[in-house]
Design a protein around this ligand. Structure first.
Ligand SMILES: O=C(O)CCC(=O)C(=O)O
Ligand SMILES: [Fe+2]
Length: 963
């Protein structure tokens, strides 16, 4: 069945419910204690005990204690309801970051983390912006997310605090000026990094265009449209200036409404000075502390002379004011100056220099002055969208790195399988279309991937909020299976998942105790499968017994760690062919988690690694590399393939037509080379070309996808002009028929690109028609062998089927009902069970079933199958007794009857095109194309158990199109 979970209507309903709950909790929650922290309390409960003394006062004693606690690591030791508690980044990321409560983290936790959150938020917002029907402007997230608490504290100090119940007019009338020293005090009370905090707040004031500087050096409130037009002199933010030039301070405007642009731009200069106070040169490792102190002192001095007024109301957490809009260019600058440039106050230390260079290249024309050697940057008039993808990726790489490092040093116990995300990629700008991100709902992955199995409730909430936020109409099944499955299909089953996790851990512990992990289960398996299963069962019984002997919960919640498992496999030299993590091969797992190092290691050391593994719609690891800018892994794949003289095949693996979100379709027939152009990854494109002999490069580049687009066309379609130009330099392009210009100097690439935007939408329709046609053809064309349904006898012996069922029963696992969205079965995926069992089963099927499928459908010997899904299905006359008419998301599907036919009445698989129910005996297997409409025929009595497999496959010999 198509991997669907819920209809959008259902999602909206639940989302609305979640929203209601949120609103209620927010009301209760407007000051503290924080709901979110309460949740985090659970996460943190194993941490060491809170300090003996509760901190309640605001006196100097209290301040001293707080200052001792300023180290976040120390503060993290406190319980979540303690005022000093600080969750770590991991919890922020894995918890509810995207959910409704994220602002509370930002308010309450240390500014050094704030930068990541805000940065992500900005990027996130950017992708939101792509959805907007008015793409000229985009909103900056409201700063109250950051400044909220600060203002609460300031507010409390004021003689006439605002009443929360007061009418807006009244509150407006009560506007109070708060002094910036108050802010500093407020900040200091919490021993935050005051400079960063203040500069951050001020910058957001500035960005919120709500103040300007008066003659007396005061900054006053302004609500003037002119401000946004004139003052975004961001060049002036370029700093680092540490002192204020008082001559720059403007004269007081006669009227707030007519604040002159000069005043305003001076305000920006001043703010620039403020914001750069926290600057530190990353290369200057020396006197940093001293410098910082000096900066602080200077800031304090400056601020004494400034009376900054602002409209607290505007920053009030409850206000619903909309964010101001900025042009795309300004937005880019804000990002750049605040997060990326070397001197940025919130510098995100992107580890990858190349990435930074790329980002800078996208923003600026960079010139070096011959005379004084100064680097001059002028902002480009056009900034490519993909720069956001790069930034997004960079941040995640960075965060991922932090996790990995911590883990290596055993600084933190990683409880979760961290699946890092793919970055959202620009797809469609079509007005009012819901198409966003990329076909794989990548943003959602981020959430889904990071939420551990044991935190399903948080996870669920995030999902619904996300659904609401992005108005996701339809989330397609996907390529990066781990995260997605996790997110979309398991989220309603938190109890089940918890149990499962514990089971796994216990099993592992038992294995360790009984020394069974060293056993080579695979030898065992093929000596006697029945024996093997009995052994597994015995192990479970053993486990259950040892469970009775009490054991600390702590031990039991220890997580299985996919990375150590992969490493263990690599060391032991076991075959990786059927090894998987949540149904995904090790290599694909690394691709999905952007773990290039481990991916390279797998290719280098792994046995039976399939580098051309066709995953969803034929996308191979190299396609993912090309999409995600994974240069190192791509190079390793190519190097290894070259040893086997397969590098061109790998580069020529083509995708199939694929449905993406919101009813859009993407053309098939795309190679990793096409992908590199689509995603603007020039380096990868160049790398790929190095592996193709020069005489064949042109053919490879001119190869068209199924919608007739060659690499050059795709580069332009996705607005990667540099790639298009590069291809023109190589003379590997064909001028569109209606263009007379044919050389780099005369052709108007922009105009062509515009036209191609239209074609892209058209292409989607063409692809869709082809996709549907393909399905229809199978049943309409009598000669198409894929319409045939076969029964394969004796795939598994009756005894083995019995034993498998017995085994599943002994594991005592709950049946899931929500894994597949539209046509849900009551099932247990094979990978939920012991991984030894899962691998054994896959090997068995590979050995005894796949050859029959190849033979029946006249596939070539070089055809290779991979499991897209493998699961046990239960029908019961009392529960789910049938499955509606549907297609599977597979090339070929099979179902194998596990129990005896006499155990139930009815059953079998109905095929619409044959108008026939195909019934099989225990151990037999019904095989059919996943594209033909079929249904699980109802049973009226008893229970029916089947093993269902969805297979994806590709004929490897057909890859070499260019030879
Ligand atoms: O119950 C059957 O025979 C069919 C099951 C099926 O089609 C599926 O699980 O996708
Ligand atoms: Fe099916």
């Amino acid at each position: 069945m198509i991997l669907n979970n819920h209809t959008f209507a259902q999602l909206t309903q639940v989302s609305e419910k979640a929203q209601q709950c949120n609103t209620i909790s927010e009301k209760e929650d407007s000051l503290s204690p924080r709901l979110v922290e309460k949740k985090l309390d659970l996460v943190e409960e194993t941490l060491s005990s809170p300090p003996a003394k509760q901190i309640t006062g605001t006196g100097s004693m209290h301040q001293r204690e707080l200052s001792l606690l300023s180290n976040p690591r120390k503060r993290r030791r406190y319980k979540a309801d303690h005022p000093c508690f600080v969750p770590n980044l991991r919890d922020i990321m894995t918890g509810e970051y995207w959910s409704h409560h994220f602002q509370k983290y930002i308010e309450d936790h240390q500014p050094s983390r704030l930068k990541y959150l805000y940065f992500l938020l900005l990027i996130d917002d950017f992708y939101q912006y792509r959805l907007e029907p008015h793409p000229q402007k985009l909103a900056i997230p409201n700063p109250h997310n950051i400044a909220f608490k600060l203002f609460q504290q300031v507010k409390q100090k004021q003689s006439q605090p605002f009443s929360e119940n007061a009418s807006p007019q009244k509150v407006q009338a009560q506007k109070q000026a708060a002094n910036v020293t108050d802010i500093i005090t407020a900040v200091d009370t919490n021993k935050r990094d005051s400079v960063l905090q203040v500069s951050c707040v001020l910058q957001f004031f500035y960005l919120q265009k709500i103040f300007f500087v008066t003659k007396s050096g005061q900054i006053s409130l302004v609500n003037d449209e002119e401000f946004s037009r004139n003052v975004i002199g961001l060049e002036e933010l370029r700093g680092p200036k540490l002192s204020m030039d008082s001559s720059l301070l403007p004269s007081a405007p006669s009227d707030l409404e007519h604040a002159s642009s000069k005043n305003l731009s001076s305000a920006s200069t001043m703010l620039a000075s403020l914001s750069t106070l926290s600057l530190r040169d990353p290369e200057d490792k020396g006197n940093r502390q001293n410098d910082k102190n000096l900066e602080r002192q200077q800031l304090a001095i400056e601020l004494q002379h400034l009376d900054i007024s602002f409209d607290v109301f505007q920053f009030w957490g409850d206000t619903t004011q909309s964010s101001p809009l900025y042009t795309f260019k300004e937005y880019c600058l804000i990002l750049y100056y605040n997060f990326i440039r070397k001197g940025s106050p919130h510098l995100i230390q992107l580890s990858d220099k190349q990435l930074i260079a790329d980002i800078e290249k996208s923003f600026f024309h960079i010139q070096v002055d011959q005379k004084d050697g100064l680097v001059k940057k002028t902002l480009k008039s056009q900034i490519p969208f993909t720069v956001f993808d790069k930034m997004w990726l960079a941040v995640f790489r960075y965060v991922h790195q932090v996790f990995t490092d911590c883990k290596k040093k055993k600084k933190i116990k990683i409880k979760n399988n961290i699946f890092f995300p793919c970055f959202p990629s620009y797809r469609s700008q079509k007005k009012n279309s819901h198409c966003l991100f990329c076909p794989n709902v990548q943003l959602i992955f981020f959430v889904g991937c990071n939420i551990p199995l044991t935190q399903k409730s948080l996870f669920q909430e995030s999902l619904f909020n996300l659904n609401k936020k992005y108005n996701l109409v339809k989330v397609r099944k996907t390529f990066f299976k781990p995260g997605n499955q996790h997110l979309l299909f398991s989220n309603h089953n938190s109890d089940f998942c918890k149990k499962k996790k514990k089971e796994e851990t216990r099993l592992k512990l038992d294995q360790r105790r009984s020394g069974m992990t060293n056993e080579s289960h695979l030898d065992l398996a093929f000596e006697s499968d029945v024996e093997f299963l009995k052994k597994l069962e015995e192990r479970h019984t053993l486990r259950k017994e040892s469970e009775k002997k009490s054991r600390s919960e702590d031990e039991a919640t220890e997580d299985e760690d996919p990375i150590s498992r992969i490493e263990e496999y690599l060391k032991s030299g076991k075959s990786l062919r059927d090894a998987n993590i949540k149904g995904v091969s090790f290599l694909m797992y690394c691709c999905a988690t952007i773990n290039e190092e481990l991916g390279c290691k797998i290719i280098e050391e792994g046995i039976d690694v399939d580098m051309m593994e066709p995953w969803d719609y034929g996308q191979t690891p190299l396609h993912v590399c090309a999409q995600m800018d994974m240069y190192m892994l791509a190079e390793k794949i190519l190097e290894k393939s070259k040893e086997k003289k397969e590098e061109e095949e790998v580069l020529q693996a083509v995708t199939d037509d694929m449905p993406v979100q919101y009813g859009m379709f993407e053309s098939g027939g795309r190679t990793p080379i096409h992908y590199s152009a689509i995603h603007g990854n020039t380096n990868l494109l160049k790398l790929f070309l190095r592996y193709i002999p020069s005489e064949r490069q042109k053919t490879a580049l001119l190869q068209k996808d199924m919608d007739g687009n060659d690499v050059w066309t795709l580069a332009l379609m996705y607005k990667h002009f540099d790639i298009a130009k590069y291809l023109m330099e190589l003379n590997c392009w064909v001028a569109p028929r209606d263009e007379d210009a044919s050389s780099l100097s005369t052709i108007d690439l922009k105009a062509i690109s515009e036209k191609l935007q239209l074609k892209r939408n058209q292409d989607s329709k063409t692809t869709r028609a082809r996709f549907d046609q393909y399905n229809d053809d199978i049943v309409a064309n009598e000669k198409n062998c894929m319409r045939q349904v076969f029964v394969v006898k004796n795939v598994l012996s009756e005894q083995l089927c019995k034993q498998i069922l017995h085994y599943i029963g002994s594991v005592n696992m709950e049946w899931t009902t929500t894994r597949h969205r539209s046509y849900a079965t009551t099932d247990i995926p094979s990978y939920y069970l012991d991984f030894q069992f899962d691998e054994w089963l896959r090997q068995l099927l590979r050995k005894f079933l796949f050859p029959s499928i190849i033979e029946k459908y006249h596939l070539s010997k070089s055809f290779e199958f991979g499991f897209k899904d493998l699961f046990f299905v239960k029908y019961s006359s009392l529960g789910q007794n049938h499955l509606q008419l549907h297609r599977d998301g597979s090339f070929v599907s099979f179902n194998l009857l596990l129990n005896d036919k006499s155990d139930f009445v009815g059953g079998g698989t109905f095929f619409q095109h044959l108008d026939q129910v195909v019934e099989i005996q225990r151990g037999q297997c019904c095989i059919h194309s996943g594209k033909v409409l079929h249904a699980g025929n109802a049973i009226t009595q008893g229970e029916r158990y089947i093993l269902v497999g969805f297979l994806e496959g590709k004929d490897r010999s057909k890859n070499s199109l260019i030879k």
